[in-house]
Design a protein around this ligand. Structure first.
Ligand code: NAD
Length: 321
């Protein structure tokens, strides 16, 4: 899609996603970038300078003012509210442009995204879509992310197809169309994402405990993973984020726990699952048990700011790392 783009949040995910946008958008258009951590912006410029114009903005307002597309990926719902609704520095302070497409990719609760999206749509600041992602940093780097999209407002049946085509044109720069899931109304993308993460955050702990148990019972780690991979315990998390160092060469555990998805953020995501389940009358038994362990890991110096698979060090009480 032609025109300038703004990208907000250049963290583990956003840095690679914005890099793919810069490489694939028109080389004549400008990519405005903004992150509260300015060194991330400077590192981005030095890495992608050759791909086309990049401007570091002083605020989201500045980044969005002359942009037809705005993409954001920041940690929490509070951060999303600040990015969009801050009266001085947020997108809401930029000139109105109802044609602006806004893709919000963070993992937050559906109610918060609906409130932000409705505020922006009703003030004429753009068409806000929740489009959380899955696949982690490797898929962000490879441009093969999956997206769960919540787009439709109550009176948008007639424009839905045009809007879907515009959304698709942008997402295809960061992800794989066969993994774009059109979930329905605003907030529905996040409802799907939260269900998925209920599983992945719980699984990672389950895998760590099961692998530790098997290894302590004398099974060689790679053989144990091979057994599980070819049996009913097989999972994406076991195959790609296996917490046992050396078992899966590309996993964070085999690469000094490189991020990845921070241990502290596990609490956020699993907490979103606990709340979402309770809101619809489902008792989140598994997540409530898992979150207690994640809370301890999030305060364990062996796990803080490392990939969540470092839970391995915590549950095995490994002290010499
Ligand atoms: P991160 O902490 O690595 O990066 C977040 C970035 O946002 C940081 O650079 C931070 O400085 C910036 N930021 C925070 N508040 C901001 C604000 N108000 N304005 C501008 N920038 C701001 O986090 P991440 O791992 O990239 O995750 C981001 C989101 O994506 C989270 O909601 C997470 O749950 C979700 N997610 C992460 C992964 C993953 O594997 N890391 C996978 C899928 C989804």
């Amino acid at each position: 899609m032609d025109g300038n783009y703004a990208f907000v949040g250049l963290g583990a995910m956003g840095f690679a996603m914005a890099g793919n946008i810069r490489k694939k958008m028109s080389s004549k258009s400008t990519l405005y970038i903004y992150d509260v951590h300015r060194p991330s912006c400077e590192r981005f410029v030095s890495e992608y300078n050759g791909a086309g114009p990049i401007e570091i903005s002083q605020s989201v307002k500045d980044a969005a003012s002359d942009s037809k597309v705005v993409i954001s990926i920041v940690p929490t719902a509070d951060n999303v509210r600040q990015v969009y609704l801050d009266q001085q520095s947020g997108l809401i302070a930029a000139p109105a442009d109802a044609d602006r497409l806004i893709l919000e990719c963070s993992t937050i609760d559906s109610a918060s995204t609906r409130k932000v999206g409705e505020a922006l749509r009703s003030s004429g600041h753009g068409h806000y879509v929740d489009s959380p992602v899955s696949g982690g940093v490797p898929a962000a780097e490879a441009g093969t992310l999956s997206f769960m999209i919540g787009s439709k407002g109550p009176s948008e049946e007639d424009t839905a197809e045009i809007m879907a085509a515009r959304i698709n044109d942008v997402l295809v720069m960061m992800g794989q169309p066969k993994k774009f899931f059109w979930c329905g109304k605003l907030g529905a993308g996040l409802a799907a994402k939260i269900s998925n993460n209920y599983i992945s955050c719980t699984f990672l702990l389950v895998i760590a405990e099961a692998m530790a148990m098997g290894i302590r019972n004398g099974i060689e780690p790679k053989l144990l993973q091979d057994v599980i991979h070819n049996s009913s315990g097989q999972s994406f998390m076991g195959d790609h984020v296996n917490p046992v160092p050396g078992v899966v060469p590309h996993a964070p555990s085999s690469n000094n726990w490189r991020l990845g998805f921070k241990t502290q953020m596990m609490i956020k995501d699993i907490g979103l699952g606990v709340d979402a389940a309770k809101q619809v009358g489902i008792q989140p038994t598994m997540a409530e048990a898992a979150i207690e362990v994640w809370k301890k890991a999030a305060e364990d110096p062996r796990c803080v700011d490392r990939d969540g698979s470092s839970i391995w060090l915590h549950i095995n009480d490994i002290r010499d790392e």
